[in-house]
Structure formats: C-alpha cells, structure tokens
Design a binder for this molecule. Structure first.
Ligand SMILES: [Zn+2]
Length: 272
C-alpha cells in the first residue's frame, strides 16, 4: 500500500518550489549548512553511536468526527503527530513533525518512563469511542491505512514491539482509548506489536486448573514486568483493577472487567 500523507503546514506545491530553488545549491554544499545566524556547521562527520529519539508509538481514538478532530488537534492544547480519518478512503494528516513533541499522552507511564510525549509518536484515529458497554468498530480501511503507516514509522525509528501501546496501556487510571474494539490481534498478525503464543496460554490455563491462580502481588509484579504502572500492594483495589482492565482490552477484549480470571493471567504469564 502506498502511503499518502497530507502535511497541513507544508503544502506540496510549496515544498516542490523550495526544493527546485535550493536543490542545486544544496548539492554543491552537501556537508555544510548555514543556520539563521549565518553560522557555518560542518556535518561531514556523523557519530556511529546514535539512535532515534522516538521509542514509543501511542494509539488513540478521537471520540469525535473528522472535522471536529482536525479542529481540536490543530487549534487546542492537545495534538498528535498523525490523524487518520474515517472516510471510505481514509486520509492521513500529519499535524506535528516527528522530530517535535505532540501533546497527546498526558500523565502517563510505561516501563517506568514518564513524560511519554517526549519520546513517542502519537496517532489519533477518528472513532466515536464508547460508553463502557457499546463501542464503535474501526473500519477495515482505517486499519489497513494504520498498518501501512505503522510499518513505515516502526522501520524508520526501529520501534520495539512492546513499545507500541494504546493510551489506556500508559494511563490506565484515566483513559480507555483506543478501546476494546481496537484490533490488536490483527496488528500482531501483520507483524506489529507484542503478542502471545496460544500454546503457552493453553498450558498455563491447564496448570491453573490444578493449582490456584497466582496471588495479587505476583499478578501486579507481572503487569509491571510488561510495562504497566501498577500498585504493588497485594490488593485487588480499584487502581489494580483498572490496570487489569487495560491489559484485557489490549490482549483479551471479550471481557474487560478487571478481574483476574484464568485466561487473563495465562496471557499475562505467556507474554514476554
Ligand atoms: Zn488518547
């Protein structure tokens, strides 16, 4: 699938004009550039030890329509790098350059890292969301477009599978998007994100039929091992149930009540 990305701030005709004007000059001075102050910077040496500042991809739903989403994400105190519309042929808008910070994650944590806006790319998908019981599906065309965009971003920034997350994974006490209708399994089948081995899950389920389920502290420790910010108090309190519900929405969306049933804990154990 060929990616077509609309850059609002830089219409293509303007980019094309700039490129043709400066193209020849750039070729002649490939390793030297001049900043706004006229300072000469030599870029002919590049360090071997470097990598992308982008380590995470965070997926969201907008809970509003195309027009309102575009307006909110460009004019208010919230933004994302990309917005995928829900038209029959979905558009990909790029609203923030990948080298810059978008404001989409808020108070969040993953593998102990806070300030997720600093090291992530945020993708908003137009979808009405849900009310806790009923949720709107994502269209096949949206998911196809998203998968193509994700492949492109993952390759360029070398994003690890376990660092492709939903907003609910990094902020389970506040957020439920992208929601239980988001097709994480379909993404995994396309080679995107972390997933489990079903045989291993079946083995753990069998094991739990003979022994009881692990205690809550062990479950909390396993959730933390997989990246989630989790209480470590050995109690199935509301914050712990919220984390389990976020985990279920991602890996076992048929039931996301936050209760540690055998299948949920088997998936938790099977994930690496
Ligand atoms: Zn969100």
């Amino acid at each position: 699938m060929k990616l077509k990305i609309r850059l609002l701030a830089n219409p293509l005709w303007r980019l094309a004009a700039q490129v043709s004007t400066i193209g020849l000059l750039a070729l002649l001075t490939a390793c030297t550039s001049y900043g706004p102050t006229g300072l000469k910077v030599d870029r002919s040496y590049q360090a071997k030890s470097q990598n992308s500042r982008v380590e995470f991809i965070v997926l969201h739903y907008t809970s509003t329509g195309n027009h309102a989403s575009l307006q909110i994400l460009t004019e208010q105190n919230v933004s994302s790098h990309y917005l995928i519309t829900d038209e029959s042929r979905p558009e990909i808008y790029q609203l923030v350059d990948e080298s810059r910070r978008a404001w989409h994650a808020g108070v969040s944590q993953w593998f102990g890292r806070t300030d997720m806006n600093a090291g992530s790319i945020g993708i908003e998908i137009v979808n009405p969301g849900g009310n806790g019981k009923n949720w709107s599906p994502y269209s096949p065309a949206q998911i196809k477009t998203l998968i193509a965009l994700l492949h492109d971003i993952i390759k360029r920034h070398q994003i690890k599978p376990y660092n492709i997350v939903g907003h609910s994974d990094i902020a389970p006490q506040r957020k439920v998007d992208p929601g239980p209708r988001f097709p994480w399994k379909q993404l995994a089948d396309a080679g995107i994100g972390r997933w489990y081995d079903q045989t291993a899950v079946d083995g753990f389920i069998q094991q739990f039929q003979q022994t009881s389920l692990p205690d809550i502290l062990t479950i909390q420790t396993d959730l933390e091992r997989l990246g989630y910010a989790t209480p470590k108090n050995g109690r199935l309190d509301k914050p712990t149930r919220n984390v389990i519900a976020a985990f279920q929405m991602h890996y076992r969306p048929s039931r996301y009540d936050g209760l540690p049933d055998a299948e949920t804990i088997a998936i938790l154990k099977a994930l690496k």
